[in-house]
Design a protein around this ligand. Sequence first.
Ligand code: SF4
Length: 54
Amino acid sequence: MGVEKLLKVIPGKFKMDVYQLLSLHGGYTCVARKPRCGSCVIEDLCEFKDKTEV
Ligand code: SF4
């Protein structure tokens, strides 16, 4: 999803913090080498199901 498309679906009250929230999500849950999909709150929306941890 591109940034413009993403910003269209982010509720207004979160837009100021979206970059920090995504950074935290990438740092603690969607970790590059081993994403923690089992505890991810957007797992049902994620299009990268093959990354699911084992
Ligand atoms: S479900 Fe998707 S967004 Fe969530 S941690 Fe896994 S790969 Fe990342």
